[in-house]
Write a new protein. Structure first.
Length: 369
């Protein structure tokens, strides 16, 4: 027996919200009801939001580009028994929203994805081969334990407006891959071609094993005269002064570019296109450590599918952006993936001071170096 269709009025109301309104409603529904939804339906591991998808005849997934609530399950099972069907995830969820100034009931579509769809993600800090000129390099405790990744952006803090900071992943800036997860900061950082950038800063998010929440981001203090080197590591990316950063889930684009810290055969900076898929909650990413992998979970990540190439170790911190009238709008910071699936901290979260352990009275601003 097929589940009942959503009331026509509720489907029409949801369509009337438009893309931005649909993403806003789906993300708010997840933020307020994820725990309830996870408990209500058997086998649900996590609840997020993103684009709806369908299986093709060949078994592949095809995006329908309709914002929806995404349920993750270990594996889909046939609903043959009545008791199974009674607890099946419905094809839609009902929620109220203002539509053209009138509060109306909306039918928010759902999608069910298997754990395997999210891939087997690893943090992509590098440290085995030689760094490229476009990477930043962080000193280890001992020679040969350096870590490299990408510079994500240049940041100005309201508490120190005269000092410029760089932004990258904490697992790149705070430690070498041979260290324990939590060590002192103040490590030397330089560009892959040899010029000094500055030193790591203690301003950083938590990096702890799941089920606790992590925020794998950290600042570094740029030294005098390091702005030119920072601009070079950012590949000349210039932020749109009117729309420098995504303001929230409602602004997520269909796709975006990732500026990887590597060069192609012609010596040009590699840019890879990523198709947006979804924003999973509490998605674990494996961090390689000498005592074994540590699974780290973030409250919310942005996931996309990489096309035209692969992201790899050494790419952590790569900035993601989409073209805007006055330059680029920053989308997020790459953490890791499995080559094809790519996970990012959303741009709007990187401007929340509390995520770095800072008081809410302070502010962070992404700027052009």
């Amino acid at each position: 027996m097929k589940p009942a269709a959503a009331p026509r009025e509720a489907r029409v109301a949801y369509a009337a919200l438009g893309r931005e309104g649909q993403f806003r409603l789906a993300s708010e529904l997840v933020a307020t009801r994820a725990h309830e939804l996870k408990a209500a339906y058997a086998g649900v591991l996590s609840v997020g939001f993103g684009f709806k998808s369908r299986r093709t005849a060949s078994g592949a997934r095809r995006l329908v580009r309709v914002p929806c609530v995404v349920f993750e399950v270990p594996r889909k099972k046939p609903m043959r028994r009545a008791q199974d069907r009674a607890r099946a995830i419905p094809p839609y969820l009902l929620a109220y929203e203002d539509v053209e100034g009138v509060r109306r009931l909306c039918a928010v579509p759902t999608d069910v994805k298997e754990t395997a769809d999210f891939g087997d993600a690893f943090a992509h800090g590098g440290g085995e081969d030689n760094p490229s000129p476009f990477q930043l390099v962080v000193a280890g405790k001992r020679p040969g334990e350096e870590v490299w990744g990408a510079l994500t952006a240049v940041v100005r803090r309201s508490s120190a407006p005269g000092v410029l900071h760089g932004l990258s992943c904490r697992h790149v800036l705070s430690r070498s891959l041979a260290d324990q997860p939590d060590i002192a900061s103040n490590r030397a950082v330089w560009a892959g071609e040899g010029s000094a950038l500055g030193r790591t800063d203690a301003t950083r998010g938590d990096l702890v094993p799941q089920p606790l929440a992590s925020f794998d981001a950290q600042l570094l203090r740029l030294g005098p005269g390091a702005s030119a080197a920072a601009a070079g590591l950012l590949g000349g990316m210039s932020l749109d002064p009117q729309h420098p950063v995504l303001t929230g889930p409602q602004a997520i684009p269909d796709g975006f570019w990732v500026l990887a810290p590597r060069a192609d055969a012609q010596g040009r900076r590699i840019r890879l296109w990523v198709k947006f898929l979804d924003c999973p909650q509490w998605r674990p990413i494996s961090y390689p450590l000498p005592q074994g992998p540590m699974d780290v979970a973030h409250m919310l990540l942005l996931r996309g599918q990489v096309t035209g190439g692969r992201l790899q170790p050494g790419d952590s911190g790569s900035p993601a952006a989409v073209a805007a009238p006055g330059g680029a709008t920053f989308v997020g910071m790459y953490l890791g993936g499995d080559g094809t699936n790519a996970f990012f901290i959303p741009g709007w979260q990187l401007l929340v001071p509390g995520n770095f352990g800072l008081p809410s009275s302070q502010s962070l601003q992404l700027i052009n170096p």
